[in-house]
Design a protein around this ligand. Structure first.
Ligand SMILES: C[S@@+](CC[C@H](N)C(=O)[O-])C[C@H]1O[C@@H](n2cnc3c(N)ncnc32)[C@H](O)[C@@H]1O
Length: 316
């Protein structure tokens, strides 16, 4: 069952069952010392002012501890923070979780009105887990322009294609015995010293489907990777393809609101359909919107009545 509740997340989160949520996305105030408002004249927003580090830790550490309790064994906890404020969150994430991997989100391309400092465009999302191998689904980013232009140079009747490795090399040998075999095409044979990346049946299937690049003279066989079939590149830990919601844009209903596409990537990569996602300080409810879109359940809290109202509207 989905839940939206107003109140202090440190109290509400205690009601979430042990081992019951597959992912937690935590995007608290960052300790910037600012008051965030939707517009200068609006009341919609929240204060991000803390007297000292101790007060800030008193807000975020109980959420980290309770999230860990509520997570499934292969669950993931995501702590979203600006690069400038990352020190305390990173230390706490490392204190409570065994595995902490930073994801760098470049939230805008440039800051054109900056004159006397570097434009701050980077947030960090600490991806934390107790399991070495948390639940993970491969997600994709658009191909790099340079790669896209230069890699699909070969062409056949299907279209342009790049060359994908189908044999192992010295640095990474095949582990299974059935990956060491001789493969014959016409008068020519290949028997790679470090093994094939696919078994014989799969290689034959690819050949029958004209998906194997055969070199004219000497050289390895390659798998054809067609440009028109590409989903993009497997996502890296630098996310520079999702842009923050511009100030003053129509879709921006709450200050510091995150784009749904950012949460879709996080939810998709860390959970399966039917799993439940928790966002203890949900603001405009972006996490729940992404979860609903992807067929996941959600539990969201915020102490700001305006945020809860906006989240409910966004979920309609
Ligand atoms: C950075 S915003 C979250 C923005 C959200 N991710 C979005 O996309 O709209 C942080 C939120 O934390 C909420 N908050 C701060 N302290 C809280 C507390 N003790 N309990 C619940 N919510 C809290 C604020 O009201 C604010 O909405």
């Amino acid at each position: 069952m989905n839940t939206i509740e107003m109140g202090d997340a440190r109290i509400l989160i205690k009601k979430v069952g042990d081992n019951s949520v597959s992912a937690v996305y935590f995007d608290p105030p960052f300790k910037t010392g600012r008051k965030f408002k939707l517009t200068p004249s609006s009341d919609i927003g929240f204060d991000d002012i803390f007297a000292n580090d101790k007060d800030y830790i008193a807000l975020i550490e109980p959420i980290i501890v309770e999230s860990k309790r509520a997570l499934t064994k292969d669950g993931s906890f995501f702590f979203h923070i600006s690069a400038a404020e990352m020190f305390i969150p990173e230390a706490l994430c490392r204190k409570h979780f065994d595995f902490v991997r930073p994801i760098f989100w470049k939230r805008s391309r440039s800051k054109n009105n900056i004159k006397n400092k570097l434009g701050a465009v980077t947030d960090v999302i600490f991806w934390c887990s107790t399991s070495k191998k948390p639940k993970f689904n491969l997600v994709y980013q658009p191909l790099d322009a340079y790669y896209s232009e230069n890699s699909y140079k070969n062409k056949d009747k299907r279209g342009n294609y790049a060359l994908g490795h189908i044999v192992y090399s010295k640095t990474q040998k095949a582990k299974d015995e059935n990956r060491y075999y001789e493969f014959t095409i016409g008068e020519r044979s290949w028997n790679p010293q470090y093994g094939w990346r696919v078994d014989r049946d799969e290689l034959q299937r690819l050949l029958d489907d004209d998906r194997i690049h055969i070199p004219l003279k000497r050289g390895n066989l390659y798998r054809k990777i067609y440009k028109h079939e590409s989903k993009g590149k497997p996502a890296t830990d630098i996310w520079d393809d999702i842009h923050s919601i511009a100030m003053g844009s129509e879709s921006r209903k709450y200050p510091t609101q995150k784009p749904v596409s950012l949460l879709e990537r996080i939810v998709e990569m860390s959970t399966d359909a039917g799993d439940v996602v928790l966002d203890p300080m949900c603001g405009s409810g972006t996490t729940a919107v992404a979860a609903k879109k992807l067929g996941r359940g959600y539990i969201i809290f915020d102490q700001n009545p305006d945020a809860i109202k906006i989240a409910k509207e966004n979920l309609k």
